[in-house]
Design a protein around this ligand. Structure first.
Ligand code: F6R
Length: 599
């Protein structure tokens, strides 16, 4: 949420910062800005709208320098406009800051600063930081930032420069920040994507750490002033992975990547019919599992409940991280908490993990972004290895999360000394092939999308392990096409939503041939009797449901535990094509941003 990049070095700074911002655009795109130090002056250019708007600004051609910070915004406090765009200045325009996160006590600080004569021009919480640093500045930017941050409550990822010191100060609490190490140059960023084409050597800042970055060096302390030695990490992602690779949108590229990235999730984890995971767990001691997550990851958690209960034979509860963290949940000694998150930076999920840890429970994570906050907080975890997910709507992370949950369930079963069903391992090995078969239907699905793109509402129905697929299908559609969509357990439909059915209502059924099949057929007939328009995801050999449905997506049959993966892909494609046909920029859906790092 919001993207930060900063640079200190000899390269042509404006294009470097603009390119970095472009790579971060998925974190927010309502306004953007750049500030560069040149001839002991801070040059600021800001613009409402996407980075392409900022890049068109002729003023940028006239600026050069060796130090700069830039930001792309997802508004929290203050509407998206030029004044509220970052970077923000102090009164004298000698200090500039970019900020991710939320300063919670900003009203009190604003009042105080205004009483002291500071003129605050924006409606943002962030600008306060620039004025606080100004208040404490007496010739040393680092000291002023430390003093300022002692007054601040809330979350921040900050990069700060001034007109007279050749350095960038960065600080973190709750909002991710990394330092990129180059030769005679350094980078700061909220995300590796911004700097990957310059360096793969990074340092992850932890909470309450502050770093002073010069062209050749960096030094990191905690906010108490204690020097900290940090490990330099090597990023494994490649530049190609953060490009669109010929696809119209990142989302489409990531949908199509699924057959391959699932192989990465599986790689090295099944050997001689044994599951190899490095988890710090005594599986015999687990009485109950609680999975906590948000959004799409929460849908994966619901599927995980079915898989773990069936395979590992342990009861599972699933909780929204935002609810779990505030409910004072009852957690017992032998409970295991699993946090699922693509980014590993979702504020609510981080807080849920901290809540669990405060009760001394074992925590593990299922995360995509290596080195992210949640991955560091938990006792141990499973990485997805799905590669960077840039499309705002999560796709490949979801399917890799399901595969990881299955591996975890099998691992627990194995460690408990129970026999593993070899057939499921065989099925996992042919899953990528089956995914490819679904992806081949993309053009066919687009034709159905064309028919339904102007619908105002959609209902998605599924049962059992595929009920969360209905939820996820509906979420994908609403977030990128802005069509209202709801997911329901198919049998619940007659307890209320059936009142919505008429000839204008498309109803998407997720209906594989499993033990729920005959029941789903009945549910379809109920919709058909009321003239609802049925689109059904069915198995290839199914010759019954195609007679009831108006449109069908035939997908290969697989084991029940893997069917959500096969089924969701056609619904991801349906949502994608509807949004694209409506002319929406699928990678930048309104009001959304990847990685929700604020509460
Ligand atoms: C939906 C989507 C969001 C995320 C949610 C959690 O397409 O992307 O609902 O799933 O914000 O994000 P992570 O998984 O990064 O914790």
């Amino acid at each position: 949420m919001c993207g930060i990049i900063g640079y200190i070095g000899n390269k042509n700074i404006v294009p470097l910062l603009l390119n970095g911002l472009k790579k971060l655009e998925y974190r927010g795109y309502d306004s953007a800005g750049i500030c560069i130090v040149s001839n002991n002056r801070l040059h600021l250019v800001k613009k409402k709208g996407e980075i392409s708007q900022l890049a068109k600004n002729p003023e940028l051609n006239e600026i050069n320098g060796n130090i700069g910070i830039a930001h792309t915004r997802w508004a929290t406090h203050g509407e998206p406009n030029k004044i509220n765009a970052h970077p923000h200045f102090d009164c004298k325009k000698e200090i500039a800051i970019v900020h991710n996160g939320i300063i919670e006590n900003y009203h009190a600080l604003k009042e105080l600063l205004e009483k002291e004569g500071h003129k605050i021009v924006s409606d943002t919480d962030s600008e306060i930081v620039a004025h606080l640093v100004e208040k404490f500045y007496s010739g040393n930017l680092e000291n002023a930032v430390i003093k300022a941050l002692k007054c601040v409550e809330g979350a921040f990822g900050l990069a700060i420069i001034n007109n007279s010191e050749e350095k960038i100060i960065v600080a973190r609490r709750g909002s991710p920040l990394i330092i990129g190490i180059g030769k005679n140059e350094m980078f700061v960023a909220s995300d590796v994507a911004a700097i990957l084409n310059h360096t793969k050597k990074v340092i992850y800042l932890h909470d309450n750490e502050i770093a002073v970055i010069t062209k050749q060096d960096y030094s990191i302390k905690n906010l108490e002033g204690k020097q900290i030695d940090k490990k330099i990490c090597e990023i494994k992602w490649t530049v190609d992975q953060i490009e669109k690779g010929g696809f119209k949108h990142f989302m489409l590229k990531e949908i199509f990547e699924q057959s391959n990235v699932i192989k990465n999730t599986l790689r090295g984890r099944i050997k001689d019919s044994k599951i190899k995971l490095t988890l710090n767990l005594n599986t015999n001691l687990i009485n109950r599992i609680i999975i906590t997550a948000c959004g799409t990851s929460w849908h994966a958690a619901l599927i995980g409940k079915h898989i773990i209960e069936k395979i590992a034979e342990i009861p599972v509860e699933v909780d929204y991280a935002s609810e779990f963290r505030y409910r004072n949940p009852i957690i017992k000694e032998n409970d295991l908490i699993i946090a699922i998150s693509q980014s590993g930076e979702t504020a609510d999920t981080i807080a849920a993990v901290k809540e669990a840890k405060s009760k001394r429970t074992k925590t593990i994570s299922i995360i995509n972004v290596v080195g992210s906050t949640i991955a560091r907080e938990v006792d141990s975890g499973v990485y997805l290895h799905a590669g960077p997910e840039i499309g705002v709507a999560s796709t490949k992370a979801f399917t890799c999360q399901i595969v990881s949950l299955l591996l975890l369930a099998l691992f627990i079963r194995q460690e408990k000394g129970l026999r593993l069903d070899k057939k499921i391992l065989q099925e996992l090995s042919i899953l990528p092939k089956k995914i490819k078969q679904v992806l081949k239907k993309s053009d066919e699905i687009r034709k159905v999308a064309e028919k339904f793109k102007d619908s105002k509402n959609f209902l998605y129905l599924g049962r059992g392990i595929n009920f969360p697929v209905a939820l996820e299908g509906a979420l994908k559609l609403k977030e990128i096409s802005y069509i209202h969509a709801e997911g329901y357990p198919a049998a619940e439909m007659k307890h209320g939503p059936i009142a919505l059915i008429d000839e204008n209502m498309p109803v998407v059924f997720v209906s594989p041939k499993d033990h729920t099949y005959e029941k789903i057929l009945n549910n379809m007939e109920e919709i058909k009797a009321r003239k609802g328009r049925i689109i059904a995801v069915i198995n290839e050999e199914d010759e019954k449901l195609n007679k009831v449905a108006e449109d069908i997506f035939r997908v290969p049959k697989t084991r029940a535990e893997l069917s959500p993966i096969i089924n969701i892909i056609s619904l991801q494609l349906l949502a994608y094509h509807i949004a694209d046909l409506k002319g929406i920029d699928v990678d930048k859906p309104r009001n959304l941003a990847k990685s929700v790092t604020v509460e």
